[in-house]
Design a protein around this ligand. Structure first.
Ligand SMILES: [Mg+2]
Length: 107
């Protein structure tokens, strides 16, 4: 497995080689591919066409990986602009919503 430092080096070199705009374009393309993969997965699952075809899940996993890489790259680009703090803030809010729902469920 690559270390975080090695991945960050790849993002830095990719940006030097192809430029920032190409990195954004790649992200947009990958996010579009994930949307398609999720829709295919949902359609197959909802209409019971799945029938154990591993390609549907393989495709979904591949697109999740692509978008995760893109988002890690974006987090690296914006690390000095509070992106990690924003993620933490949103996760705490999310956690709070879940706790509230659980408490309401117990009443
Ligand atoms: Mg892709």
């Amino acid at each position: 497995m690559m270390t975080e430092q090695e991945r960050l080096e790849v993002y830095k070199k990719a940006t030097e080689l192809w430029g920032l705009v190409a990195q954004y374009d790649q992200c947009v393309e990958e996010m579009g591919e994930l949307i398609v993969a999720i829709n295919k997965f949902k359609r197959k699952m909802l209409y019971k066409e799945y029938k154990g075809d591993p390609k549907i899940i393989e495709n979904l996993v591949e697109e999740i990986a692509d978008v995760s890489i893109c988002l890690e790259q974006m987090r690296y680009f914006y690390k000095d602009y509070g992106v990690e703090e924003m993620i933490d803030k949103k996760m705490q809010k999310f956690q709070g919503q879940i706790k509230k729902m659980e408490e309401e469920g117990r009443e």
